[in-house]
Design a protein around this ligand. Structure first.
Ligand code: GUN
Length: 376
């Protein structure tokens, strides 16, 4: 993997760049649709490629390991071959999912022991095991095994957890660097900054992560319930420390406004379930603001969902029709809303990139944050 920094905004820390992988190039800043179990829910690959124009998608080690399992993924020749997505894939390491989904989980120095949320079977995720699993899944970018502490948590817990994440990272690096990809293309490992909302710990963690000199770095442990001001303050501190010539990935973030602010703070990559999960509940993100499509006010609004978004469903289907499908619980409602929301997120980061290159990002960003946060 290679990263080329193309432009840096003069009035903010926003950057435009290009990540090169063996599965193609990614223009940054970028949003990565979440495909937890090997599928972006309700969106098939052709729509993801040509309507949404996704450049990279995300998968989850925890889910893919439990189902379909490593034997099937390896027999398929990796996740790209299995699900038909030929562009880059990033996999999260499972640390975060073990703590949010698994039952009876227990953390030790060795790793995390947990029971599957699917069948109750018992498993151990260690840093070494999680590297091996992500080698088999075959993502282009794989994440270090970390602990994401809950919010709020006290300083002592956050420090212990960060130190464990750092020790686990060393083990991840040792294992990753002593193994090879199984399918003939290269993979890269991103470490994750932790430290909860404590500036001292964030600084320490960012310095440690930077010293590992990997090809890209991630910021974890945010968007877990803390006030947005704290999320921005921690991100701001960390991007001052992480190397400028490598991509920065802010994990699990966020709303359209969070993404624009994150870009202004020097973040290059984002992922979040929000555009797809909220789509399935009738929440639409548009260039004019947020719509609850179940609301009666849309019942006879025959205007397109959002004509500014260059995706077929956004201008072909009306708000009134999508409202009808949603109320009638038609499967098509989830499909249209998911494709639209993802297209909007990809449009938004694409616009941000254009404005960074044009040199007017900061002004555009402030106007856009207001617009996309409005409830219509
Ligand atoms: N997704 C959102 N936040 C995190 C985090 O802190 N760690 C990992 N591994 N995944 C995340």
């Amino acid at each position: 993997m290679k990263f080329k920094l193309e432009h840096t905004d003069s009035k903010s820390k926003a950057r435009a760049g290009m990540i090169k992988t063996d599965h193609g190039d990614i223009q940054t800043p970028i949003f990565m649709p979440v495909g937890t179990a090997g599928s972006v829910k309700a969106v098939h690959q052709r729509e993801l490629m040509y309507d949404v124009k996704a450049q990279i998608i995300l998968g989850n080690t925890y889910h893919l390991y439990l189902r379909p399992g490593l034997d099937i993924l390896e027999k398929a020749g990796g996740l790209h071959k299995f699900n038909g997505w030929s562009k880059p894939i990033l996999t999260d390491s499972g640390g975060y999912q073990v703590f949010s989904l698994a039952e009876n989980r227990k953390l030790t120095e060795e790793g995390a022991v947990f029971k599957s949320h699917i069948d109750g079977s018992k498993h151990l995720f260690s840093p070494e095991r999680v590297m091996d699993i992500q080698r088999i899944i075959g993502a282009d970018i794989i994440m270090a095994f970390d602990e994401c502490p809950p919010y709020p948590c006290d300083f002592a817990y956050a420090r212990k957890s960060m130190e464990l994440t750092h020790r686990w990272l060393k083990r991840c690096i040792d294992r990753f660097d002593s193994t090879e990809g199984k399918y003939g293309y290269s993979q890269t490992l991103f470490p994750i900054v932790q430290g909860s909302v404590f500036p001292e710990l964030r600084k320490q963690s960012a310095e440690f992560i930077a010293s590992c000199e990997r090809e890209g770095n991630a910021i974890g442990g945010l968007s877990v319930g803390e006030p947005v001001e704290e999320m921005y303050a921690m991100t701001d501190m960390v991007t001052d420390i992480l190397p400028k010539d490598k991509p920065r990935y802010l994990m699990g973030v966020g709303t359209p406004a969070n993404i624009l602010e994150g870009i202004a703070l020097g973040v290059d990559m984002f992922d979040c379930v929000m555009p797809t999960r909220n789509a399935r509940n009738g929440m639409l993100f548009t260039s004019e603001g947020i719509i609850n499509i179940r609301n009666e006010k849309w019942k006879d609004d025959f205007s397109p969902i959002d004509p500014h978004i260059n995706s077929y469903v956004s201008s072909f289907y009306s708000k009134a029709y999508l409202r009808h499908l949603t109320i009638a619980k038609e499967i098509l409602a989830a499909q249209i809303a998911s494709i639209h929301n993802l297209s909007f997120y990809l449009w938004l980061v694409g616009q941000a990139r254009e404005h960074i290159i044009a040199g007017d990002f900061a002004v555009w960003k402030n106007q856009m944050v207001e617009k996309v946060s409005r409830r219509l």
